[in-house]
Design a protein around this ligand. Structure first.
Ligand code: ZN
Ligand code: ZN
Length: 352
């Protein structure tokens, strides 16, 4: 804050950043809260013999947002794990990640970083069936890769370290990058896994399908059960709410601080103006007492005695308003007759 009462650039930057972050976090919080509210209102549907009848009687043969819990069943073919025997599934994701150490020039430390260099996801059509094997009803899952929270099970992991030779090591110190190796992962959604699906449930030509819901609703496919999914989403809402509150408080306090400084400055300059007016008023009264005309007083004459020339500077305020004798006659503690600031030092003026 400078003496003009205006906010400094740093304060404006803090105010702008904290306001922008508050707005951003609030919008994320709002959308997460809406997701949770819709998730709570979603219709719970169980996979049983009645399902087809219920859907055919529903308008549009569709439940716009439904929750189903079932086990993964293959429709025709299945995918087999490339690494584990007798491991069959319907989604298989292979990932190759390069891990390396990168030299940070600021902290002077080697930081570990990783980068996905290859990823491939295979899927085959699958459906969710009842936990009860006797019930043949199944719900076909459409576009499973569009779902949020699609957590696959890691079926295989292997790390292939990079072979290090002496010349390599020297090269790495020069380049600032040291490869550690390649992490190979296989993840799968296996047959028989329990899955919760939340989406649009439709009866389409005798086939029951769950598919991505309309705009604004989120498609979930997760190995968590419905309650755990709800808890997880609730926790994320809480996190964004806390962040919104923290940054909102920071933005408000900065704004209050800036406004308060402006107000204090305004009050101070108003007080100075009124003191100056008061002083001029007193001076006029004194001139009348001494029977002096305003025009007969030199503009450089001492403002106290109105006769001798002004001959000293008061510090720190810097006013040149009095002669030496009047300064000496000021009562202790000496204060500037114009602005009432305490006089720390007085410097004589020499006119030549
Ligand atoms: Zn004087
Ligand atoms: Zn002064």
């Amino acid at each position: 804050m400078d003496s003009s009462g205006k906010a400094s650039t740093a304060q404006l930057v803090v105010l702008a950043t904290s306001s922008a972050l508050t707005a951003l976090f609030y919008s994320i919080y709002r959308s997460r809260a809406t997701t949770v509210a819709r998730l709570k209102e979603a219709k719970k549907v169980s996979i049983d013999h009645e399902l087809k009848n219920i859907l055919s009687e529903t308008p549009g043969r569709c439940v716009p947002y439904a929750v189903i819990e079932g086990v993964v069943r293959s429709v025709k073919e299945t995918l087999t794990s490339q690494f584990v025997d007798n491991c069959k599934g319907v989604i298989e994701r292979l990932t190759l990640k390069e891990e390396k150490m990168v030299w940070n020039r600021t902290t002077h430390l080697w930081n570990s970083t990783e980068k996905v260099i290859h990823q491939r996801t295979n899927t085959v059509p699958f459906s969710l069936g009842s936990h009860d094997d006797d019930i043949a009803v199944a719900v076909r899952v459409i576009r499973p890769l569009d779902a949020a929270e699609l957590d696959l099970e890691t079926t295989y992991e292997n790390f292939h370290p990079t072979v290090q030779s002496l010349s390599n090591v020297i090269g790495h110190f020069i380049s600032g990058e040291r490869p550690k190796g390649i992490q190979e992962t296989e993840e799968m959604l296996r047959l028989g896994d329990s899955v919760t699906g939340v989406g649009e449930l439709v009866l389409d030509n005798n086939l029951i399908k769950i598919q991505p819901p309309k705009q604004g609703f989120q498609y979930f496919l997760t190995r968590l059960d419905y309650d755990a999914l709800l808890r997880k989403q609730d926790n994320s809402v809480r996190l964004w709410r806390i962040l919104t509150v923290i940054f909102g408080v920071a933005a408000c306090s900065t704004l209050i601080f800036i406004l308060w400084k402006r107000y204090a400055h305004h009050r101070q300059s108003k007080r100075e103006r009124s003191m100056l007016e008061e002083f001029k008023e007193q001076q006029k009264k004194r001139m009348r007492e001494l029977n002096l005309e305003e025009s007969s007083v030199s503009p450089t004459s001492c403002t106290v005695c109105l006769s001798r020339e002004r001959s000293c500077v008061f510090l720190e305020c810097g006013h040149v308003c009095a002669c030496g004798s009047c300064y000496d006659a000021l009562p202790e503690p000496k204060k500037c007759p114009i602005c009432r600031a305490t006089i720390d030092r007085v410097v004589p003026l020499y006119n030549s």
